[in-house]
Design a protein around this ligand. Structure first.
Ligand SMILES: Cc1cc2nc3c(=O)[nH]c(=O)nc-3n(C[C@H](O)[C@H](O)[C@H](O)COP(=O)(O)OP(=O)(O)OC[C@H]3O[C@@H](n4cnc5c(N)ncnc54)[C@H](O)[C@@H]3O)c2cc1C
Length: 311
Protein backbone atom coordinates (compact mmCIF):
# COMPACT_ATOMS: atom_id res chain seq x y z
CA UNK A 1 0.00 0.00 0.00
CA UNK A 2 3.02 2.33 0.61
CA UNK A 3 5.57 2.67 -2.19
CA UNK A 4 9.33 3.16 -1.57
CA UNK A 5 8.87 6.98 -1.50
CA UNK A 6 6.40 6.64 1.36
CA UNK A 7 3.51 7.61 -0.93
CA UNK A 8 0.24 5.91 -0.20
CA UNK A 9 -1.33 4.18 -3.19
CA UNK A 10 -5.12 3.97 -3.41
CA UNK A 11 -6.49 0.53 -2.50
CA UNK A 12 -8.24 -1.01 -5.48
CA UNK A 13 -9.96 -4.34 -5.79
CA UNK A 14 -9.80 -5.58 -9.41
CA UNK A 15 -12.64 -8.09 -8.88
CA UNK A 16 -14.97 -5.28 -7.77
CA UNK A 17 -13.73 -2.94 -10.49
CA UNK A 18 -14.83 -5.66 -12.90
CA UNK A 19 -18.49 -5.24 -11.90
CA UNK A 20 -18.44 -1.49 -11.24
CA UNK A 21 -21.53 0.11 -12.79
CA UNK A 22 -23.01 -3.23 -13.90
CA UNK A 23 -26.64 -3.84 -12.98
CA UNK A 24 -27.03 -7.02 -10.95
CA UNK A 25 -30.65 -8.00 -11.43
CA UNK A 26 -32.90 -8.64 -8.44
CA UNK A 27 -36.62 -9.62 -8.52
CA UNK A 28 -38.33 -8.92 -11.85
CA UNK A 29 -37.14 -5.38 -12.51
CA UNK A 30 -34.90 -4.39 -9.62
CA UNK A 31 -31.15 -4.13 -9.51
CA UNK A 32 -28.11 -3.31 -7.43
CA UNK A 33 -25.12 -1.63 -9.02
CA UNK A 34 -21.82 -0.63 -7.43
CA UNK A 35 -21.17 3.06 -8.11
CA UNK A 36 -18.00 3.51 -6.08
CA UNK A 37 -16.06 2.08 -3.18
CA UNK A 38 -13.24 2.91 -0.82
CA UNK A 39 -10.85 0.33 0.64
CA UNK A 40 -10.87 -3.43 0.79
CA UNK A 41 -9.48 -6.21 3.00
CA UNK A 42 -6.15 -4.42 2.88
CA UNK A 43 -7.63 -1.27 4.48
CA UNK A 44 -9.07 -3.30 7.35
CA UNK A 45 -5.66 -4.77 8.05
CA UNK A 46 -3.96 -1.37 7.69
CA UNK A 47 -6.35 0.24 10.21
CA UNK A 48 -6.07 -2.65 12.65
CA UNK A 49 -2.27 -2.44 12.58
CA UNK A 50 -2.42 1.22 13.52
CA UNK A 51 -4.15 0.19 16.73
CA UNK A 52 -2.26 -3.03 17.43
CA UNK A 53 1.15 -1.85 16.20
CA UNK A 54 3.49 -3.22 13.54
CA UNK A 55 4.42 -6.10 15.86
CA UNK A 56 1.21 -7.89 15.04
CA UNK A 57 2.33 -8.21 11.43
CA UNK A 58 4.71 -10.96 12.39
CA UNK A 59 2.17 -12.77 14.51
CA UNK A 60 -0.86 -12.61 12.26
CA UNK A 61 -1.25 -13.01 8.56
CA UNK A 62 -3.85 -10.66 7.06
CA UNK A 63 -6.53 -13.32 6.94
CA UNK A 64 -5.88 -14.37 10.53
CA UNK A 65 -6.08 -10.75 11.67
CA UNK A 66 -9.37 -10.13 9.87
CA UNK A 67 -10.82 -13.34 11.27
CA UNK A 68 -9.70 -12.33 14.75
CA UNK A 69 -11.37 -8.92 14.38
CA UNK A 70 -14.69 -10.39 13.29
CA UNK A 71 -14.58 -13.17 15.86
CA UNK A 72 -14.09 -10.67 18.65
CA UNK A 73 -16.37 -7.99 17.19
CA UNK A 74 -13.61 -5.42 16.83
CA UNK A 75 -15.62 -3.43 14.38
CA UNK A 76 -13.96 -0.08 13.77
CA UNK A 77 -11.36 -1.34 11.23
CA UNK A 78 -14.32 -2.49 9.09
CA UNK A 79 -15.63 1.08 9.06
CA UNK A 80 -12.59 2.06 6.97
CA UNK A 81 -14.23 0.43 3.93
CA UNK A 82 -17.18 2.14 2.28
CA UNK A 83 -19.35 1.31 -0.70
CA UNK A 84 -21.87 3.30 -2.71
CA UNK A 85 -24.66 1.35 -4.38
CA UNK A 86 -27.38 2.40 -6.77
CA UNK A 87 -30.44 0.29 -6.02
CA UNK A 88 -33.84 -0.13 -7.62
CA UNK A 89 -36.28 -1.63 -5.12
CA UNK A 90 -40.08 -1.95 -4.76
CA UNK A 91 -41.37 0.53 -2.19
CA UNK A 92 -42.56 -2.11 0.31
CA UNK A 93 -39.06 -3.54 0.35
CA UNK A 94 -37.50 -0.08 0.50
CA UNK A 95 -39.59 0.67 3.57
CA UNK A 96 -37.74 -2.12 5.38
CA UNK A 97 -34.40 -1.16 3.88
CA UNK A 98 -34.58 2.49 4.95
CA UNK A 99 -34.90 1.44 8.61
CA UNK A 100 -31.14 0.83 8.56
CA UNK A 101 -30.14 4.28 9.79
CA UNK A 102 -26.41 3.94 9.55
CA UNK A 103 -26.24 4.46 5.77
CA UNK A 104 -26.28 7.67 3.71
CA UNK A 105 -29.22 7.79 1.35
CA UNK A 106 -30.48 9.84 -1.53
CA UNK A 107 -33.77 8.62 -3.00
CA UNK A 108 -35.54 9.36 -6.28
CA UNK A 109 -38.15 12.06 -5.62
CA UNK A 110 -41.69 11.46 -6.86
CA UNK A 111 -42.51 15.05 -5.79
CA UNK A 112 -39.99 16.29 -8.32
CA UNK A 113 -40.08 13.58 -10.99
CA UNK A 114 -42.69 11.28 -12.45
CA UNK A 115 -42.83 7.99 -10.54
CA UNK A 116 -40.89 5.14 -12.13
CA UNK A 117 -43.22 3.30 -14.47
CA UNK A 118 -42.53 -0.17 -13.12
CA UNK A 119 -44.12 -2.20 -10.37
CA UNK A 120 -42.87 -5.48 -8.98
CA UNK A 121 -44.94 -8.38 -10.26
CA UNK A 122 -45.46 -11.70 -8.60
CA UNK A 123 -45.23 -14.80 -10.79
CA UNK A 124 -48.19 -17.21 -10.57
CA UNK A 125 -46.04 -19.77 -8.76
CA UNK A 126 -44.60 -17.27 -6.26
CA UNK A 127 -47.61 -16.39 -4.06
CA UNK A 128 -46.87 -17.49 -0.52
CA UNK A 129 -49.34 -18.49 2.18
CA UNK A 130 -49.32 -16.82 5.58
CA UNK A 131 -47.03 -18.84 7.85
CA UNK A 132 -48.84 -20.80 10.56
CA UNK A 133 -45.85 -20.49 12.94
CA UNK A 134 -44.60 -16.98 12.39
CA UNK A 135 -47.03 -14.08 12.20
CA UNK A 136 -44.48 -12.09 10.19
CA UNK A 137 -43.53 -14.87 7.82
CA UNK A 138 -44.61 -16.87 4.79
CA UNK A 139 -45.31 -20.57 4.44
CA UNK A 140 -46.02 -22.83 1.46
CA UNK A 141 -46.78 -21.61 -2.06
CA UNK A 142 -50.38 -21.37 -3.20
CA UNK A 143 -51.53 -23.72 -5.95
CA UNK A 144 -50.91 -22.76 -9.59
CA UNK A 145 -54.53 -21.93 -10.50
CA UNK A 146 -55.00 -19.60 -7.52
CA UNK A 147 -51.57 -18.08 -8.22
CA UNK A 148 -52.49 -17.39 -11.84
CA UNK A 149 -55.72 -15.65 -10.79
CA UNK A 150 -53.83 -13.54 -8.21
CA UNK A 151 -51.19 -12.52 -10.74
CA UNK A 152 -53.86 -11.53 -13.28
CA UNK A 153 -55.63 -9.43 -10.65
CA UNK A 154 -52.32 -7.86 -9.62
CA UNK A 155 -51.65 -6.85 -13.19
CA UNK A 156 -55.09 -5.25 -13.49
CA UNK A 157 -54.69 -3.36 -10.20
CA UNK A 158 -51.22 -2.07 -11.05
CA UNK A 159 -52.34 -0.88 -14.48
CA UNK A 160 -55.46 0.78 -13.04
CA UNK A 161 -53.41 2.62 -10.40
CA UNK A 162 -50.89 3.77 -13.02
CA UNK A 163 -53.69 5.01 -15.30
CA UNK A 164 -55.23 7.02 -12.42
CA UNK A 165 -51.80 8.49 -11.63
CA UNK A 166 -51.17 9.53 -15.22
CA UNK A 167 -54.70 10.92 -15.60
CA UNK A 168 -54.10 13.11 -12.54
CA UNK A 169 -50.81 14.36 -13.97
CA UNK A 170 -52.54 15.11 -17.29
CA UNK A 171 -55.18 17.11 -15.40
CA UNK A 172 -52.44 19.15 -13.77
CA UNK A 173 -52.50 17.59 -10.30
CA UNK A 174 -49.21 18.12 -8.44
CA UNK A 175 -46.85 15.13 -8.63
CA UNK A 176 -46.62 15.07 -4.82
CA UNK A 177 -50.38 14.49 -4.58
CA UNK A 178 -50.98 12.46 -7.72
CA UNK A 179 -48.71 9.68 -6.43
CA UNK A 180 -50.76 8.89 -3.31
CA UNK A 181 -52.56 5.84 -4.72
CA UNK A 182 -49.61 4.21 -6.40
CA UNK A 183 -49.12 0.71 -5.00
CA UNK A 184 -46.27 -0.28 -2.69
CA UNK A 185 -45.02 -2.52 -5.49
CA UNK A 186 -43.90 0.57 -7.45
CA UNK A 187 -40.13 0.65 -7.86
CA UNK A 188 -38.05 3.43 -6.38
CA UNK A 189 -34.35 4.11 -6.83
CA UNK A 190 -31.74 5.35 -4.41
CA UNK A 191 -28.05 5.84 -3.89
CA UNK A 192 -27.08 4.01 -0.71
CA UNK A 193 -23.65 4.48 0.84
CA UNK A 194 -22.61 2.46 3.85
CA UNK A 195 -19.46 1.28 5.59
CA UNK A 196 -18.57 -2.40 5.74
CA UNK A 197 -19.38 -2.78 9.44
CA UNK A 198 -22.93 -1.51 9.01
CA UNK A 199 -23.34 -3.33 5.70
CA UNK A 200 -22.50 -6.64 7.38
CA UNK A 201 -25.04 -5.82 10.09
CA UNK A 202 -27.64 -5.17 7.36
CA UNK A 203 -26.72 -8.45 5.66
CA UNK A 204 -26.88 -10.43 8.92
CA UNK A 205 -30.44 -9.21 9.46
CA UNK A 206 -31.64 -9.28 5.87
CA UNK A 207 -30.00 -12.52 4.65
CA UNK A 208 -31.50 -14.28 7.65
CA UNK A 209 -34.34 -16.72 6.78
CA UNK A 210 -36.66 -14.61 9.00
CA UNK A 211 -36.30 -11.61 6.68
CA UNK A 212 -38.90 -11.15 3.94
CA UNK A 213 -38.02 -13.03 0.75
CA UNK A 214 -37.96 -9.88 -1.40
CA UNK A 215 -35.41 -7.94 0.70
CA UNK A 216 -33.51 -11.19 1.23
CA UNK A 217 -33.08 -11.41 -2.54
CA UNK A 218 -31.35 -8.01 -2.52
CA UNK A 219 -29.23 -8.87 0.52
CA UNK A 220 -28.06 -12.11 -1.12
CA UNK A 221 -26.95 -10.29 -4.26
CA UNK A 222 -25.13 -7.63 -2.21
CA UNK A 223 -23.46 -10.27 -0.02
CA UNK A 224 -22.64 -12.99 -2.50
CA UNK A 225 -21.98 -10.95 -5.64
CA UNK A 226 -20.57 -7.73 -4.23
CA UNK A 227 -19.08 -8.05 -0.71
CA UNK A 228 -17.56 -11.43 -1.51
CA UNK A 229 -15.68 -9.83 -4.45
CA UNK A 230 -14.84 -6.65 -2.59
CA UNK A 231 -13.52 -7.98 0.75
CA UNK A 232 -13.20 -11.77 0.35
CA UNK A 233 -11.41 -12.28 3.67
CA UNK A 234 -13.91 -10.23 5.67
CA UNK A 235 -16.76 -11.95 3.85
CA UNK A 236 -15.45 -15.42 4.68
CA UNK A 237 -15.03 -14.47 8.34
CA UNK A 238 -18.53 -12.94 8.40
CA UNK A 239 -20.06 -16.12 6.99
CA UNK A 240 -18.20 -18.27 9.52
CA UNK A 241 -18.66 -16.15 12.63
CA UNK A 242 -21.98 -14.45 12.02
CA UNK A 243 -24.12 -15.58 9.10
CA UNK A 244 -23.73 -19.33 9.57
CA UNK A 245 -22.94 -19.21 13.27
CA UNK A 246 -25.28 -20.25 16.03
CA UNK A 247 -25.82 -18.35 19.24
CA UNK A 248 -27.00 -20.22 22.31
CA UNK A 249 -28.67 -18.63 25.31
CA UNK A 250 -27.69 -19.52 28.87
CA UNK A 251 -30.87 -21.63 29.18
CA UNK A 252 -30.21 -23.44 25.92
CA UNK A 253 -26.69 -24.33 27.03
CA UNK A 254 -28.10 -25.71 30.29
CA UNK A 255 -30.63 -27.88 28.40
CA UNK A 256 -28.05 -29.14 25.87
CA UNK A 257 -25.65 -30.01 28.68
CA UNK A 258 -28.47 -31.94 30.39
CA UNK A 259 -29.00 -33.96 27.18
CA UNK A 260 -25.68 -35.67 27.82
CA UNK A 261 -25.20 -35.20 31.59
CA UNK A 262 -28.70 -35.94 32.90
CA UNK A 263 -31.14 -36.86 30.10
CA UNK A 264 -33.86 -37.77 32.60
CA UNK A 265 -34.03 -34.17 33.80
CA UNK A 266 -34.10 -32.34 30.49
CA UNK A 267 -37.81 -31.61 30.65
CA UNK A 268 -37.64 -30.28 34.21
CA UNK A 269 -34.65 -28.10 33.35
CA UNK A 270 -36.42 -26.75 30.27
CA UNK A 271 -39.43 -25.85 32.42
CA UNK A 272 -37.25 -24.31 35.15
CA UNK A 273 -35.48 -22.25 32.45
CA UNK A 274 -38.84 -21.10 31.06
CA UNK A 275 -38.16 -22.59 27.59
CA UNK A 276 -40.92 -25.20 27.99
CA UNK A 277 -44.19 -24.05 29.58
CA UNK A 278 -44.97 -25.86 32.88
CA UNK A 279 -47.31 -28.83 32.42
CA UNK A 280 -46.57 -28.93 28.70
CA UNK A 281 -45.23 -31.81 26.66
CA UNK A 282 -43.91 -29.48 24.01
CA UNK A 283 -47.17 -29.18 22.10
CA UNK A 284 -47.89 -25.79 23.66
CA UNK A 285 -45.39 -24.00 21.53
CA UNK A 286 -43.78 -20.72 22.42
CA UNK A 287 -41.67 -18.90 19.86
CA UNK A 288 -38.51 -19.47 21.89
CA UNK A 289 -39.15 -23.21 21.91
CA UNK A 290 -39.56 -23.22 18.12
CA UNK A 291 -36.32 -21.32 17.71
CA UNK A 292 -34.51 -23.61 20.15
CA UNK A 293 -35.68 -26.67 18.23
CA UNK A 294 -34.36 -25.12 15.00
CA UNK A 295 -30.97 -24.79 16.71
CA UNK A 296 -31.13 -28.38 17.97
CA UNK A 297 -31.88 -29.54 14.42
CA UNK A 298 -28.84 -27.68 13.16
CA UNK A 299 -26.73 -29.42 15.80
CA UNK A 300 -28.21 -32.79 14.89
CA UNK A 301 -29.84 -33.08 18.31
CA UNK A 302 -33.47 -33.91 18.97
CA UNK A 303 -35.50 -33.66 22.12
CA UNK A 304 -38.84 -35.41 22.31
CA UNK A 305 -40.24 -33.70 25.36
CA UNK A 306 -42.93 -36.36 25.95
CA UNK A 307 -40.54 -39.31 25.57
CA UNK A 308 -38.25 -37.77 28.15
CA UNK A 309 -41.22 -37.57 30.50
CA UNK A 310 -41.82 -41.27 29.92
CA UNK A 311 -45.41 -40.84 28.73
C1 LIG B 1 -36.92 -9.88 10.45
C2 LIG B 1 -37.16 -8.44 10.84
C3 LIG B 1 -38.41 -8.06 11.30
C4 LIG B 1 -38.65 -6.72 11.66
N1 LIG B 1 -39.89 -6.35 12.10
C5 LIG B 1 -40.14 -5.05 12.41
C6 LIG B 1 -41.43 -4.62 12.84
O1 LIG B 1 -42.36 -5.42 12.96
N2 LIG B 1 -41.63 -3.30 13.11
C7 LIG B 1 -40.62 -2.38 13.01
O2 LIG B 1 -40.85 -1.21 13.27
N3 LIG B 1 -39.39 -2.76 12.62
C8 LIG B 1 -39.11 -4.05 12.31
N4 LIG B 1 -37.86 -4.41 11.90
C9 LIG B 1 -36.82 -3.39 11.78
C10 LIG B 1 -35.81 -3.50 12.94
O3 LIG B 1 -36.43 -3.30 14.19
C11 LIG B 1 -34.70 -2.46 12.75
O4 LIG B 1 -35.25 -1.17 12.77
C12 LIG B 1 -33.97 -2.64 11.44
O5 LIG B 1 -33.65 -3.98 11.21
C13 LIG B 1 -32.69 -1.79 11.44
O6 LIG B 1 -31.79 -2.37 12.37
P1 LIG B 1 -30.78 -1.52 13.19
O7 LIG B 1 -31.46 -0.45 13.96
O8 LIG B 1 -29.95 -2.48 13.98
O9 LIG B 1 -29.88 -0.93 11.99
P2 LIG B 1 -29.25 0.52 11.84
O10 LIG B 1 -30.28 1.56 11.90
O11 LIG B 1 -28.36 0.47 10.64
O12 LIG B 1 -28.36 0.66 13.11
C14 LIG B 1 -27.21 -0.18 13.31
C15 LIG B 1 -26.88 -0.15 14.77
O13 LIG B 1 -26.50 1.18 15.11
C16 LIG B 1 -26.99 1.48 16.41
N5 LIG B 1 -27.91 2.62 16.32
C17 LIG B 1 -28.40 3.19 15.18
N6 LIG B 1 -29.17 4.23 15.50
C18 LIG B 1 -29.20 4.30 16.83
C19 LIG B 1 -29.84 5.16 17.76
N7 LIG B 1 -30.60 6.16 17.38
N8 LIG B 1 -29.65 4.91 19.05
C20 LIG B 1 -28.87 3.92 19.48
N9 LIG B 1 -28.25 3.06 18.67
C21 LIG B 1 -28.40 3.26 17.36
C22 LIG B 1 -27.65 0.24 16.94
O14 LIG B 1 -26.73 -0.54 17.62
C23 LIG B 1 -28.04 -0.49 15.67
O15 LIG B 1 -28.19 -1.89 15.83
C24 LIG B 1 -37.60 -5.76 11.57
C25 LIG B 1 -36.34 -6.17 11.12
C26 LIG B 1 -36.10 -7.49 10.77
C27 LIG B 1 -34.73 -7.89 10.28
Amino acid sequence: MTDPDGQIARVTVPALDGILGKRLTVLDDGFVRVVDYMGGDESIVQAARVSYGQGTKKVHEDQGLIRYLLRHRHTTPLEMCEIKLHVRVPMDCWRQWIRHRTANVNEYSTRYSIAIDAAQRTAPDAWRRQSAQNRQGSGEYLDAATGAALSAEEDELQQRARRAYEERLDLGVAREQARKDLPLSTYTEAYWKVDLHNLLHFLALRMDPHAQAEIRAYAEVIGEQIVQQWCPMAWEAFVDYRLSALSLTRSEIAIIRALTDSPGQVREIAIAEGVLPAGSSGTQRGRELDEFEEKLDLLGLRVTWTRIMGD
